[in-house]
Design a protein around this ligand. Structure first.
Ligand code: KIV
Length: 275
């Protein structure tokens, strides 16, 4: 609470302070109404590049542009007053060099008001993360299944099984050392996610990584049952809004066809006549 009694919007430093404490609640949002809906219950809201698949019908996140992220980021900013606001750096906007990453991260933050950026990669992105953090840009890292590398992985597969676990631990340690304020662990075996969580001084936020992380993130449309084209096994549905909406549309169509639907202009015409 501030001196005026208003709740202060969470910053990356507030997320770091939650390490080992109450679990961090995180969801994605891409629009103002959804941002308003999730804001009070979330510690962190992410404008994920999953927006490309969920709202734009793209086959992967690779086609998402900086302009798309900025437009959705601006929409989400209008709906947030409590949760820490983080925005994804899209494919091709940061991998080339730390300088390219800085230029585009600065644009994302200045044009959307986001408090931090998220980017994918471990050891090989550590130099870029350090470059951004040293210049005032808080970074959330993302390791494990990094969807922008789907073509390299050959699909959306679990990462870090067996001997690959040691590489993932090294990735986690590298991004923490570089100054990331938190790290997303996506599709990683639960035991490995627990081990990484114990080893790191920064919060881990899991998605398909068991229950032992410092927090959890889900794509909001997945957990509401709105996005059904692609359903990762780990996604638990907390609502069935897609089916509810389809039933409502079918009901509307049936009423229109049966001329049972009171059209608004009739109601308006009645009111005019009464006056
Ligand atoms: O793009 C996204 O929504 C994400 C989360 C699923 C972590 O990266």
């Amino acid at each position: 609470m501030s001196a005026t009694g208003q709740v202060r919007q969470r910053m990356p430093t507030d997320i770091v302070a939650m390490k080992g404490g109450d679990p961090i609640v995180c969801l994605t949002a891409y629009t103002t109404p959804i941002a308003k809906l999730v804001d009070a219950d979330c510690d962190l809201v992410l404008v994920g590049d999953s927006v490309g698949m969920v709202l734009h019908g793209l086959p992967s996140t690779l086609g998402v542009t900086l302009e798309m992220m900025i437009m959705h980021g601006q929409a989400v900013a209008r709906g947030l007053s409590h949760a820490c606001f983080v925005i994804d750096m899209p494919f091709g906007s940061y991998e080339e060099s730390p300088q390219q990453a800085y230029r585009n991260a600065a644009r994302l933050m200045s044009e959307t008001g986001a408090a931090a950026v998220k980017l994918e990669g471990g050891v090989h992105m550590a130099e870029t993360i350090a470059f951004l953090v040293q210049r005032g840009i808080p970074v959330m890292a993302h390791i494990g299944l990094t969807p922008q590398s789907v073509n390299l992985f050959g699909g959306y597969k679990v990462q870090g099984r067996g001997e690959a676990g040691a590489q993932l631990l090294a990735d986690a340690q590298a991004v923490a050392k570089a100054g990331a304020f938190s790290v997303v662990l996506e599709k990683v075996p639960g035991g490995l996610a627990d081990q990484i969580t114990q080893a790191l001084p920064i919060p881990t936020v899991g998605i398909g990584a068991g229950v032992g992380c410092d927090g959890q993130v889900l794509v909001v449309d997945d957990m509401l049952g709105l996005f059904t084209d692609f359903k990762p096994k780990f996604v638990k549905r907390f609502g069935n809004l897609g089916a509810d909406a389809a039933a409502a549309v079918a009901d509307y169509a049936a009423q229109v066809r049966a001329r049972a639907f009171p059209a608004p202009e009739h109601a308006f015409a009645d009111e005019v006549v009464k006056k």
